[in-house]
Design a protein around this ligand. Sequence first.
Ligand code: PLP
Length: 379
Amino acid sequence: MRFATKAIHAGVEPDPTTGAIMTPIYQTSTYVQEAPGVHKGYEYSRTHNPTRTALQNALAALENATHGICYASGLAATDALLKLFKPGDEIVATNDLYGGTYRIFTKVFEGFGLTFRFVDMSDPETVASALTDKTRMLWLETPTNPLLRLIDIEALTTLAKSRGILTVVDNTFASPYLQNPLDLGADMVMHSVTKYLGGHSDTVMGALMLNDDDLAARLRFIQNACGAVPGPQDCFLVLRGLKTLPVRMRQHCENARKVAAWLQAHPKVGKVYYPGLKSHPGHALAAKQMRDFGGMVSFELKGDDYAEAVRVMSSFHVFSLGESLGGVESLCTHPASMTHASIPKSEREKSGLKDTLIRLSVGIEDVEDLIEDLAQAIG
Ligand SMILES: *Cc1c(COP(=O)(O)O)cnc(C)c1O
């Protein structure tokens, strides 16, 4: 099956009791057994729930994976994944990454003896020189958040495989519609389902997708043993959201392309970060490993005036100022004070993230309205 067909049909069977075409919300904690141990495959909803099973299978299909495992949030998925490791293990991660990921790495798991190194992964040589015999995992985000740098998934997975190191890609920004890291050699994909997969800003959820049966069994064990599972209603909402992922993504990309071009031509706008722009240093790599360039655009105003950036961000009528991304509505975020506030300013500056950077999640409204809104806000 091709992508849009999978988005609508994969994992979803008519309900066996009624034929309902949509997977019901199995709002139940337990399942009645005929005799002790005699049941229909469901015992307790932390372990299994039919609505979640349908979603997990659908998500796996979209990443060309055999296993999909859902968690209560993107960070709960990352938490489960990190529990695969032992004190002394090292993880090498991109230095331009989601602030909450940086926080769980350094503020939670360093306390359990894991070591994290943050490097600029746009150059595979830099990554190679950061590896030691204790390195167990590479953590990639591409395009990165919020600077939209490109990381070569194939080059890094080749490097990691030769040393027996796992490669995990946070594929939240691209979505499986635009990029499938497992096909490029990665071992695992992590998603904040909250974003494009859910797509409607109404659910918080995370997922891991992978092909390795042993790793999947360990992660399913952790899912049940630690218990950060999503509820059935949220699973239903995401199942519903997935069906329109391809049409939404096409519109996100088209609108973002126009917004980025408009920003680049504006006399008051400085740098524009969008992989679809020919001037973007990762443009060729993005064209190679992604099917289109996504819906995220970041930019700076000329002069780097903090007060002016705050004024612009407070002047929007169509864009809403808030954290998150990937919903149908356009959002504007100030990374330095919102999504990336948990990364110290010195670390932010090292990775090139200025306090005046504005990040847009370009929605699927009429793009003329988005551009008029930017025009009146920037002035
Ligand atoms: C939002 C986000 C996360 C965290 O996911 P939650 O669902 O908020 O826990 C991780 N990575 C990226 C790139 C994100 O945008």
